[in-house]
Write a protein that binds this ligand. Sequence first.
Ligand SMILES: C[S@@+](CC[C@H](N)C(=O)[O-])C[C@H]1O[C@@H](n2cnc3c(N)ncnc32)[C@H](O)[C@@H]1O
Length: 436
Amino acid sequence: MIPAARLAAAAELLDLIGAAATPAEQHIGSYFRNRRYAGSKDRRWVTEFVYRALRRQGELDWAALEAGLEPSPRSRCFLSLILFEDVAPETLATSWFGGPHGLAEPSPEEAAALATAATLDLSAMPAEAAGNFPIWLSDKIIEQYGDEAGVIMAAYGSRAPVTLRVNTLKATREDILATLQEEGVEADLTTVSPDGITLKSRVNLSRHPLLEGGLIELQDEAAQISARLAEAQPGMTVIDFCAGGGGKSLAMAATMAHAGMIHAFDTEARRMRDIAGRARRAGVSLIEPLAIAGDETDNEVFAPLIGCIDRVFVDAPCSGSGTWRRQPDQKWKLTPERLDELVALQADILARAAPLVAPGGRLIYATCSILGCENDAQVDAFLSIHPEFRLLPVRDLWESAGLDGGWAQDVLSLTPTEGGADGFFTAVLEKRVTSE
Ligand SMILES: C[S@@+](CC[C@H](N)C(=O)[O-])C[C@H]1O[C@@H](n2cnc3c(N)ncnc32)[C@H](O)[C@@H]1O
């Protein structure tokens, strides 16, 4: 593809991504499936260009408005070239526009605005634009994190690492690291999770024998830490209440040394489609997936389990704000109304999950969010109406959960840092043996 066609593809994708809730990754996948003429270099260029425009949309839209342009996928494409690649506005037309597959050439007014954009003083950009978050969200983050907010928001400008969880039922982490290194893959052991390996070079592992053989799973280190904090042990009965594709179930099956039982529930059967195959590859047969309704009709399914479960893991549906380095489009799509709906849903799920926990058993509440309303506030609200539960400080569980490095707080509360794990939250609640 010539540069003008690549740029037009990026603009079309930004349009599609902005118009529908579907994640950017899916739009990009189906876009290229229908355009076989695009080679791997074209796909990589367009994908990286689109992701950068999504990550840095705040800066691009500020520049558009300053220069007198309406923010749009088209303006974001022009301005990415000018601001991030130092393309001179007068040379844009010679190689980046026109032709049968290119964007329409800039009008004289647009060309004048682009020339203005090239002269903007970027150091004058207000913090909310430079933070690349919608204003209502950056206000929330600043209110919650104070002086740290700028660093946290800036971390979303970088790429998230690719991290593997080694299936300790089948291999050791050291052996897998050695195998990867023999293949020329640069990788390191994760520093907190005892099961993880972070890749330092970009490799496509989707058809890798280690993955197909169930020796590894793709899982961020934060999710691995969270699953470990459940301290699911051999012989226990566990419920993974929001199981999705089974990432936490598989991680818990490993700490259970494949002895015991995991009920994997989810209201969306299609999300659980992969559990059987992943479990088979991992050599795990203790996971029983079951689609639930998410309302009182589940009572019949739950009845025999009430008060019997050692660990109930609630990996709740959430804003996903801890993972927005991977899905930068989602931060522009979340609305205050949707966030309120999610908070209500999380409270409802906790209320349904709580009765299942056995006396002395644990309810683990996790989100991949950095927002207090989905995390600490949710747990506080739960504890205020469920005196039969108490918070087990995460710092006291750290060592027995096999985690390295130590932790000083009551809950696990991670924000993304440059090159590090995703933002994640976990609180561990124990059901009292005798209720007062
Ligand atoms: C964060 S995802 C789970 C990810 C999964 N645990 C993993 O590790 O791969 C949240 C899941 O909650 C499910 N969900 C939404 N509403 C639910 C409800 N009322 N009860 C149970 N699951 C629900 C969603 O379908 C989604 O799969």
